[in-house]
Design a protein around this ligand. Structure first.
Ligand SMILES: [Cu+2]
Length: 152
């Protein structure tokens, strides 16, 4: 029985390793995708953070369409928007703060929002799939601070 348990555990761990390994690459031609996108027709999606929740929890996005994802922390604590697999599935243009400036990078793994903070992620979804998003502070994920980013 113990052997069986370890076999299953090993298989699970191998699966996890394979998945994270396969997703190690970000979208290498993100620059071209961002340049070719029709930013005049960009869609804005807003996600509000509360204590241990994202509103809405699930976000459905269309591959190839440019988006501005507005993240607003309305909670009394700081929170993360951690989604390493999602950030690798999109062509990132930039992350912009409404007051501090903007950051351009090939991809992110997590965004942290201070209390009353707002960050806008400009991007084009590329790789279809369902990607988890969660808060990596203490037990926030277990408290229910999870969501899904779905690229169709
Ligand atoms: Cu949190």
């Amino acid at each position: 029985m113990k052997c069986f348990f370890y076999a299953v555990l090993t298989a699970l761990l191998a699966g996890v390793t394979t998945v994270s390994f396969a997703a190690d690459d970000y979208i290498t031609n993100a620059g071209e995708i961002v340049k070719a996108a029709d930013w005049e027709n960009m869609e804005t999606v807003t996600v509000k953070f509360d204590e241990y929740s994202y509103d809405p929890e699930d976000i459905v996005l269309k591959a190839g369409k440019p988006y501005k994802l507005v993240l607003k922390n309305l909670a009394k604590k700081k929170h993360y928007f951690t989604a390493p697999e999602f950030y690798k599935a999109i062509a990132t243009r930039k992350v912009q703060s409404n007051k501090d400036g903007e950051i351009k990078a090939p991809y992110f793994t997590a965004l942290e929002l201070m209390v009353n903070g707002q960050l806008d992620l400009y991007f084009v979804p590329v790789t279809k799939g369902e990607y988890p998003v969660y808060c990596t502070i203490k037990d926030h994920r277990d408290e229910g601070m999870v969501g899904k980013l779905i690229i169709q």
